[in-house]
Ligand binder design. Structure first.
Ligand code: ADP
Ligand code: AMP
Length: 213
């Protein structure tokens, strides 16, 4: 089961991807999480990626595609995986299609979590993340048990710099110009599914499970 999550920043891709990964026993691969971990650990990749994340633009395809193609070749991906935040451009989608086609494979499900821009600002300004274990919360819609503390690992939660108002609009513009065309790309590939992401976490999850089961 090879799944990709599409949708604007803050649409709920990561939240749903974690739940799906757990339910179906497949790895959740978030390129955003991979870049943030590399930035935190000050790796070469992290140093190259940082400026792009800070300004809300995309890390160049040449730094991104090989990373994902290598990751999905790992043994833990043999039964499938869920990609969250990749692909984000047509060249990335083409690189993924090409890599999978080498073994006669293809993406099985591309799921677009549809949320209008007007809701995104509220979603992202309330998002709090754990940089240690990757858990995601929302101050109103999905709060942790203790304010500012990760339920899973006890780490202090952070408000991502790129979730501040000045960067959110930039990221939405990048999404509409570079990532939204992927909906048509996967529609043509015959694996595009859309869910209404404005409903509760549980309702969105139930719709996605109905597609996958
Ligand atoms: P993405 O991975 O698409 O950027 P996230 O999964 O991190 O988005 O979700 C963005 C924010 O919105 C988080 O704070 C998350 O807790 C919250 N959120 C996710 N899904 C919903 C939902 N269905 N209703 C309300 N808030 C949600
Ligand atoms: P996310 O955690 O998915 O919101 O991603 C945060 C940031 O990481 C984005 O704004 C980009 O700068 C970078 N990023 C994540 N995934 C990709 C990708 N597939 N291609 C390019 N940049 C990416």
């Amino acid at each position: 089961m090879r799944i990709i999550m599409l949708g604007a920043p803050g649409a709920g891709k990561g939240t749903q991807a974690k739940m799906i990964a757990e339910k179906f026993g497949i790895p959740h691969i978030s390129t955003g999480d991979i870049f943030r971990a590399n930035i935190k650990n000050q790796t070469e990749l992290g140093k190259k990626a940082k400026a792009y994340l800070d300004e809300g633009t995309l890390v160049p395809d040449e730094l991104t595609c090989d990373l994902v193609v290598d990751r999905i070749a790992n043994e833990d991906c043999a039964k499938g995986y869920i990609l969250d935040g990749f692909p984000r451009t047509i060249p990335q989608a083409e690189a993924l299609t090409k890599a999978l086609a080498k073994d006669g494979g293809a993406i099985d499900y591309a799921i677009d979590v549809d949320v209008p821009d007007s809701d995104i600002v509220r979603r992202l300004s309330g998002r709090r993340v754990c940089l240690k274990c990757g858990a995601t919360y929302h101050t109103s819609f999905n709060p942790p048990r203790e304010e500012g503390i990760c339920d899973s690992c006890g780490e202090a939660l952070v408000h991502r710099d790129d979730d501040k108002p000045e960067t959110i609009q930039k990221r939405l513009d990048v999404y509409h110009s570079q990532t939204q065309p992927l909906i048509e790309y996967y529609h043509e590939a015959g694996c595009m599914y859309k869910v209404d992401g404005t409903r509760s976490l549980e309702e969105v999850f139930a719709s996605i499970c109905a597609i996958l089961e």
